[in-house]
Design a protein around this ligand. Structure first.
Ligand code: NAD
Length: 251
């Protein structure tokens, strides 16, 4: 495959799960990929996996909730690879469930800082770099929790926020050649999901069984959607939150 030949991509949260699968997919299609994460060890493993497959990648240590860290990520990308064409803003966390009235302020702020402010910080730094590069495509990882009530209040609130941010940036930057979409995954087999299963197998089983396709998605199935949204095959699609959820929100 060579859909992203000569393209430069950033994937946040690429040390694990969906982000790693997306980074591997972009690299397999020819992109130079920046593996951006707080987890250096996992990130270096992703780089090694890509290099072993003949691809190009580098690790950049970033905390998406920190403005200067995100600015440095984009600066290092442009300095190293000469521009920015694709970004998958995917880093996120999922707290243990608590009913809305029992959520602590600390838990609320941590989830909003990473899942929502983090995506906004990334957009803030990436959009000007993409405009400078002549245009590009961004995909933000939301969740079915960005479309319907699913998970705790901070998680669902943050993911609905990601969908809103996606639409706003799409409207603002379409005229400058940047498309911005979101993916809303259902249940995906990743370390985050394994942790959720350890917290409550029943809750994860219930969501999985509520999907028309009642299996846990492989991260590569989400990466396929991200690759399509970042490719020219979706050239007239922007501002769209794409459910990649085995039919859960169709019901
Ligand atoms: P994961 O835990 O396997 O990967 C998340 C990655 O984000 C990790 O590598 C982690 O180090 C990184 N990260 C966390 N905080 C960060 C920060 N502040 N700065 C930079 N990197 C940070 O989880 P995953 O399941 O692959 O989740 C990826 C995204 O998909 C998340 O946004 C999650 O909310 C979303 N999602 C996952 C599922 C699922 O079922 N797994 C479903 C819907 C949405």
């Amino acid at each position: 495959m060579s859909g992203f030949e000569d393209a430069v991509a950033i994937v946040t949260g690429a040390s694990s799960g969906i982000g790693r699968a997306s980074a591997e997919r972009f690299a397999a299609e020819g992109a130079s990929v920046v593996i951006a994460d707080v987890d250096r060890e996992g990130g270096e493993e992703t780089v090694e996996r890509i290099e072993n497959d003949g691809g190009e990648a580098m690790f950049v240590d970033v905390d998406v909730s920190d403005e200067s860290s995100v600015e440095a990520m984009v600066e290092e990308t442009v300095d190293t690879y000469g521009g920015l064409d694709i970004a998958h803003n995917n880093a996120g966390i999922s707290p243990s469930y608590a009913p809305t009235a029992d959520v602590s302020v600390d838990d609320w702020e941590q989830v909003i800082d990473i899942n929502l402010t983090g995506v906004w910080q990334c957009l803030k730094a990436e959009l000007p770099a993409m405009v400078e590069s002549g245009g590009g495509a961004i995909v933000n990882t939301a969740s079915i929790g960005g479309l319907v009530a699913s998970g705790s209040a901070p998680y669902t609130g943050s993911k609905h926020g990601v969908v809103g941010l996606t639409k706003t940036a799409a409207v603002e930057y379409g005229g400058q050649g940047v498309r911005v979409n979101a993916i809303c995954p259902g249940v995906v087999e990743t370390p985050m999901q394994q942790q959720a299963s350890e917290d409550s197998t029943e809750a994860v089983d219930a969501v999985t069984e509520a999907q028309a396709l009642n299996w846990m998605a492989d991260p590569a199935e989400i990466a396929s959607a991200a690759a399509w949204l970042c490719s020219d095959e979706s050239s007239f699609v922007t501002g769209h939150p794409l459910a990649v959820d085995g039919g859960l929100v169709a019901q």
